[in-house]
Write a protein that binds this ligand. Structure first.
Ligand code: IYR
Length: 225
């Protein structure tokens, strides 16, 4: 087999253009119902749902198709507790000054603080790691390319997949995140923690900050030439 062998594109679906617009607008409406929340129920979510969403993340495009990511889906109460304790320790020093005034002021409208009970109560935490070296096969040790771009896209796919499945999420980036490498038992030489996603049902008292509902208009975010 040639190393650049191709197969015909067989699964592209062409829709009539009026249906394309309907689909685009339906997807928009659905995406506008996605909100980061900070109050989760402890109601169980079957592992198969998380697994299917992770497979969606794995379908994201990546540099040279090296798929430079690893997802650790955490359900263990003990591991969640350790993550909560480590994250809250870091967040306390962040909110007590390490962040600096400008950053703390930017966060005020969200009402966030160093208490992160959802890290223990939500049914699933997904720790996302990026990989410096790898390749299309798990045992490869080649250089990976566009690692941040690739893992960012996969994370976006994951968030949309979880939302589509009917789960609420929060993206969480405690700083520094290196404690996740240790708690998740990952290889610190090759992998960097990228983000933590909390997934589950919202609690009955979940709220959305008004600040988070302010979205820039199309004119502000896009230019047509
Ligand atoms: N990681 C902290 C602070 C924080 C930072 C940003 I940028 C946010 O959009 C939200 C929070 C925390 O989780 O509280």
């Amino acid at each position: 087999m040639q190393d650049h062998a191709h197969v015909p594109l067989q699964d592209f679906i062409e829709y009539p253009q009026d249906e394309m617009l309907q689909r685009a607008e339906a997807f928009l409406a659905n995406s506008q119902r996605r909100h980061s929340i900070r109050s989760f129920s402890d109601r169980a979510v079957p592992r198969e749902i998380i697994a299917a969403c992770l497979k969606t993340a794995g379908a994201a495009p990546s540099g040279a198709n090296h798929q430079p990511w690893h997802f650790v889906a955490i359900h263990s109460q003990d591991v969640k507790k350790r993550i909560r304790e480590a994250a809250e320790d870091l967040e306390r020093s962040f909110y007590e000054g390490r962040a600096g005034d400008e950053w703390l002021n930017a966060l005020k409208p969200l009402g966030t603080d160093s208490d992160k009970p959802y890290l223990e109560h939500a049914p699933w935490l997904i720790a996302i790691f990026s990989q410096k070296k790898g390749g299309i096969h798990i045992e490869d040790k080649q250089t990976n390319y566009y690692v941040h771009e690739s893992v960012g896209i996969a994370t976006g796919f994951l968030i949309q997949a979880l939302h589509n499945a009917g789960l609420a999420t929060l993206t969480h980036t405690p700083k520094p995140m290196s404690f996740l490498t240790e708690i998740c038992g990952r290889d610190a030489d090759n992998e960097r923690p990228f983000m933590l996603i909390i997934a589950g049902y919202p609690s009955e008292t979940a709220t959305v900050p008004e600040h988070a509902l302010v979205k820039k208009s199309l004119d502000e975010i896009a230019t047509f030439l």
